[in-house]
Ligand binder design. Structure first.
Ligand SMILES: *Cc1c(COP(=O)(O)O)cnc(C)c1O
Length: 409
């Protein structure tokens, strides 16, 4: 008889977004006149830029002509795209060998699959709160025990709390861990690690032989020139870190699907020589994945052209202006807000010590605005609330105006 992977039963019941939907629908039914305003989504909303559309169209047209038609491509991704990504890093002063770049269908698949090339006994450290994928992929793979209902923590995970006290970026773990997930700029807190903070993690990882999995999906939202966009800005990071990135938030490719992961040749684990982890990821991808869409990779190339980059940064500026509008509005009524400077998320401290879900209900009832309870991203998110800068300007303005006029504090 077949048996199931019982680790799935350990997962917290995919509770956050369904519960938001349930409460929202119940409120709408009871208040049919209410106009709902969403400030909670982690999804892009603006149209792709003309240069990127032209790139995607080029990709389609190539398939229409037998002389330019292609089937399966290079397994690691189109060589021209990997060279363009390498040049993109070089502009930021970072050397990345195109051979170490693996083009994929997105950062979420890569950040959930990457754990599969590491031993099941590895001790995993995660930021708390965190993007749920890092947690769930390791639970499913058996690197945790059960979740303790009282603390909301999984047995065997090492939690690195991100709080007001540490500016929402953790210190390195006290003991020895093996895999460390870092996300900067951070979803959900909007915090960005400094050069010094990342250097401490790189130092720690090199000392104990740990591997850092660095999710840089929001790197292009960094406008402060002193903040690192890539972990490879830190010397020695190529020996201890994997970096994952995506065109989703960078270029609005959430529905188009394109990302990349860098597994440097120099990277090594406790029981491997340099090069083996890179070859294992190649083996993993060629076994389970047949490459990103050739049409979409043409779109990625267009993103990385001078004109494409200029247009994508206009779109990022638009979202960041939304972030500015949200922050100004909330601060004007005395709320405490973090993030939103170099990331499209704002991390609101709930007023009067309310729980995240109580504040969700209050915001919904009084202002018809829907956000995301911070506790849904981990126990240290309790007492916080995530607001997203993705949205059409008029919707963001209406939501902020509603909060300013109607929230009772
Ligand atoms: C949105 C997001 C991603 C992007 O995932 P894709 O699969 O590339 O769309 C990755 N990591 C974080 C933290 C995100 O918020």
């Amino acid at each position: 008889m077949a048996t199931i992977n019982r680790n799935y039963r350990k997962l917290a019941a995919g509770y956050l977004f369904p519960e938001i939907g349930r409460r929202t629908r119940a409120f709408q039914q009871a208040n049919p006149e209410a106009v709902m305003r969403r400030l909670g989504i982690g999804n892009t909303t603006e149209a792709l830029s003309p240069t990127v559309i032209a790139g995607l169209e080029r990709g389609v047209r190539k398939l229409a002509d037998v002389r330019t038609y292609t089937g399966y491509g290079d397994e690691q991704g189109n060589g021209e795209l990997r060279a363009a990504l390498s040049a993109f890093y070089a502009r930021g002063g970072v050397t990345v060998n195109p051979d170490d770049i693996f083009v994929s269908d997105g950062a979420k698949p890569d950040s959930s699959n990457i754990q599969s090339i590491f031993g099941v006994d590895n001790v995993v450290a995660i930021q708390d709160p965190a993007y749920p994928v890092y947690v769930d992929s390791n639970v499913i793979s058996g690197r945790t025990g059960e979740m303790d209902e009282a603390s909301g923590r999984y047995d065997r995970f090492v939690y690195m709390p991100c709080s007001e006290e540490n500016g929402f970026f953790p210190a390195v773990p006290d003991g020895k861990v093996d895999l460390i997930y870092l996300c900067s700029p951070n979803n959900p807190t909007g915090a960005v690690a400094t050069h010094d903070q990342l250097a401490q993690f790189v130092q720690y990882a090199r000392n104990v032989g740990a591997v850092i999995i660095f999710d840089a999906s929001y790197s292009e939202y960094i406008s402060d020139p002193d903040l690192p966009k890539s972990i490879y800005e830190i010397e020695g990071a190529d020996t201890c870190a994997i970096e994952i990135n995506s065109f989703s938030k960078f270029a609005g490719f959430t529905g188009v699907r394109l990302g990349w992961t860098i597994v440097p040749e120099a990277l090594a684990a406790e029981d491997s020589l340099p090069g083996e982890i890179r070859r294992m990821w190649l083996r993993r991808q060629t076994t389970f994945f047949n490459g990103a869409s050739n049409i979409v990779q043409e779109g990625g190339l267009a993103v990385l052209s001078d004109e494409g980059l200029r247009e994508c940064h206009q779109m990022i500026d638009y979202y960041m202006e939304n972030a500015h509008i949200i922050r100004e509005g909330l601060q004007s009524i005395g709320l405490t807000v973090y993030g939103g400077d170099n990331a499209p998320y704002l991390w609101l401290k709930t007023p009067n010590g309310m729980s995240s879900w109580d504040f969700f209900d209050k915001l919904l009832n009084e202002t018809w605005v829907i956000g995301t309870p911070g506790s849904g991203f981990g126990p240290a998110g309790e007492g916080f609330f995530r607001l997203s800068a993705f949205g059409h300007r008029e919707d963001v303005e209406a939501a902020v105006a509603s909060i300013v006029e109607r929230l009772q504090l």
